[in-house]
Design a protein around this ligand. Structure first.
Ligand code: GLA
Length: 388
């Protein structure tokens, strides 16, 4: 990875409220790399300013990312006629994120997905992160607790990686943050490539053993955000098992074969084709809200899912090094007012959250999520867009 120190090697131009960051080294090399722009993205209630960074390629593919929550705010993708649409749900200013967002576009941590009501035990000690989700009789810790990584300000550093515009976001989660042990230093890098990919690299280190499960919570709608439901999107997932859940979406610890169930996406199926089926797991999830067990060597980057929207022709491939993927069909969306006055109704977007399995700290039989001092957590996910 090439990360030229921006202020020294690059040209920074003040242009109204907009900043332009150009990779001098890539210009010198004759590489057609578009500048990274930075503009204000509103203020949090305590006055802290947020920023919006734009990473784009020559084809018009563009990701706008804010330092609040390490959040993907907009994602512009061409359709089969070359027309761009923003395929990610979100808001026009940071003000709406802390209160109205259902994790739209956010970086999720320290532990993405659920940990059961009793917390977890690690090296003989019990830890009880805040219970921030679920009905009164079955609370759980969702997405890292009350103030997860989606609700904090990250330090942002625009860089060019092999000529591609990228944004490095850093956050230090203190020892005891949300009940988790150890100081966790986290780095998330978003990179826009010339092939219409949004690449996300995660790295983390700790000074005490702690569970780590980082993911991204972008809600995709390949017709464009606010343009109806995703029930007509055609999905393929390379996996023959899910981790089934109890009525409160905590894994039972078993594996369920997808064969003959609405969970079999090994051949392409419309999201809506079987979402109303009389299947216990569908009922528990209120639709799809489950972890698929990916069939690939642990840690190997592989294509694991494809989402296609036939009318626009847009498709998205998902590649990851992670062993699991939560497919969440936007079942809890309920009319949030988002960008351009659009309303995000039930199933107005879906998430493909690459991750380790939910509740792994309580499931020694699942791939481990425990990071120990001296180790580096490293994970990569690519969302690659195209048309057909
Ligand atoms: C995840 C969960 C869902 C829901 C959303 C946020 O995808 O699995 O159950 O909590 O986040 O609304």
């Amino acid at each position: 990875m090439r990360t030229p120190p921006i202020p020294r090697k690059s040209r920074r131009t003040q242009w109204g409220a907009l900043m332009l960051i150009t990779a001098a080294s890539t210009l010198a090399a004759g590489i057609q790399s578009l500048p990274i722009t930075v503009k204000p993205f509103g203020k949090l209630q305590d006055g802290t300013p947020a920023h919006l960074y734009t990473l784009q390629n020559a084809a018009g593919f563009r990701a706008d990312i804010t330092d609040f929550g390490g959040t993907v705010v907009n994602l512009f993708v061409p359709d089969k006629h070359g027309a761009l649409a923003d395929v990610s749900l979100g808001f026009e200013s940071v003000e709406d994120y802390p209160t109205k967002s259902a994790y739209f576009g956010a970086t999720i941590g320290r532990y993405g997905n659920r940990i059961g009501a009793n917390g977890f035990m690690l090296d003989g000690k019990t830890y009880t992160p805040p219970l921030n989700s679920g009905p009164p009789e079955a609370r759980c810790t969702l997405h890292g607790g009350t103030v997860g990584f989606d609700k904090v300000m990250w330090r942002a550093r625009p860089v060019f990686i092999d000529g591609d515009p990228a944004l490095v976001l850093e956050y230090t989660s203190p020892d005891g943050d949300q009940g988790f042990p150890g100081t966790l230093s986290v780095e998330v890098t978003y990179r826009v490539t010339a092939n219409n990919e949004l690449r996300i690299n995660y790295r983390a280190t700790t000074d005490k053993p702690t569970p780590v499960n980082l993911t991204n919570h972008t809600y995709f709608n390949l017709k464009g955000e606010g343009a109806g439901t995703v029930l007509d999107h055609v999905l393929t997932i390379r996996a023959s098992k899910i981790t089934p859940v109890d009525p409160h979406l905590i894994p039972t610890g078993e594996y369920l074969s997808v064969a003959g169930t609405p969970f079999d996406f090994n051949t392409p199926h419309a999201v809506g084709a079987r979402i109303g089926d009389d299947h216990e797991q569908i009922k528990f999830g209120g639709g799809y809200d489950h972890n698929w067990v990916l069939e690939k060597p642990d840690g190997e980057l592989a294509l694991i899912a494809t989402l296609h929207e036939p009318r626009s022709g847009r498709f998205m491939e998902v590649l990851t090094t992670e062993p699991g993927m939560q497919f969440y069909s936007g079942n809890f969306l309920n009319g949030t007012k988002g960008k351009s006055g659009h309303t995000y109704d039930k199933r107005g977007g879906l998430c493909l959250e690459t991750q380790h399995y939910p509740d792994s700290p309580n499931r020694p039989e699942f791939p481990s999520t425990i990071l120990r001092p001296g180790e580096t957590y490293a994970s990569t996910t690519i969302y690659r867009f195209g048309v057909r």
